[in-house]
Design a binder for this molecule. Structure first.
Ligand code: 3PG
Length: 305
């Protein structure tokens, strides 16, 4: 059996070593395709493998057509909007993710970027503190929970909105559960986004939702760029010079944000929330173990299609 690790954005070496050990101990062979420059390389690499570990790498119908022996794809991470689930199901391919494995890394980056923004990007001028400020967590999943845990250490007042998470689960963490996204954005000067990219959430973070955020608003995106209505966010930031946007997923309109909103906009050049050795080890090894358990025992826990 051949297991391909296809990562345009590679894991740390220590994580690759761990993945290799899991795969070789199971009697399988690891094939490594890192930093590939175009899809043709991926199309070639998938031809004779039975399993694939990916990150944000795109697995579409064309890749699935080419992967004639494929049984399973594991997205080493949380969001799987980069995999065509319908096509995978049609090809009889099981798709899994590794929920929770990289969430602390993403949450630490969120708080780090918030500090950077309130300290005026370390430009030497007087900024503000996070203590006592209201933080809204939009979707209370694994990352949202970790953001709440860390933000508590900063002394922030924490609120969350998540229609899929019971109020008791949120409130037992000392976080106030709100009944709507509108209420969350109206209440909180700081909002951290943790919603997945789905047809329903696409462009759902729009002018109407953001316009009522309190003065000195800061929106932090470590989720997906697709959930933002970029034209409407630009319109809002044009009108509200107190509004800041910081993101770990470069917007399609990055050049425009950069040109128009100097000092109020920041994007990492490449999504790096989960780019730590620890997160790579956790998610990468979990992915390898899930593949071995699936191929040997048929375990489908974490299947998402
Ligand atoms: C995830 O969904 O797990 C995060 O967005 C991390 O994605 P990455 O593995 O591409 O860094």
């Amino acid at each position: 059996m051949k297991i391909l690790v296809a990562t345009e954005k590679p894991f740390a070496k220590i994580a690759v070593d761990g993945i290799r050990k899991e795969i070789e101990d199971a009697g399988y062979e690891l094939v490594l395709l890192e930093k590939y420059a175009d899809k043709a390389q991926l199309l070639e690499a998938v031809k004779d493998v039975q399993a694939i570990i990916i990150r944000s790498d795109l697995i579409d119908a064309e890749i699935l057509d080419a992967a004639r022996e494929l049984k399973i794809v594991v997205r080493a991470g949380a969001g799987y909007n980069n995999v065509d689930l319908e096509a995978a199901t049609a090809h009889g391919v099981c798709v899994m993710n590794t929920p929770g494995q990289n969430s602390n890394a993403v949450a630490e980056l969120v708080l780090g970027m918030m500090v950077m923004a309130v300290r005026n990007f370390y430009n030497g001028t007087s900024g503000t503190e996070l203590m006592g400020k209201k933080l809204g967590i939009h979707a209370y999943g694994n990352v949202g929970r970790n953001v709440a845990r860390i933000a508590k250490g900063f002394g922030m007042e924490i609120y969350a909105y998540d229609p899929f998470c019971p109020q008791e689960v949120i409130e037992k963490d000392g976080v106030k559960a709100l009944g709507s996204a509108e209420e969350l954005y109206k209440t909180c000067q700081f909002v951290s986004l943790h919603i997945p990219a789905t047809p329903e959430t696409k462009k759902s973070i729009n002018y109407n939702l953001l316009k009522d955020m309190p003065k000195g608003a800061l929106l932090v995106n470590s989720a997906r760029k697709e959930v933002i209505d970029e034209d409407e966010l630009i319109r809002l930031m044009d009108e509200r010079t107190d509004f800041k946007y910081i993101t770990d997923i470069m917007p399609a309109a990055d050049a425009k944000f950069t040109e128009l909103f100097a000092g109020r906009y920041f994007s990492t050049p490449k999504k790096m929330g989960a780019q730590t050795a620890e997160a790579n080890i956790n998610a990468g090894i979990a992915a390898a173990q899930q593949i071995v358990d699936f191929l040997k025992n048929g375990n489908t826990r974490f299947q998402v299609n």
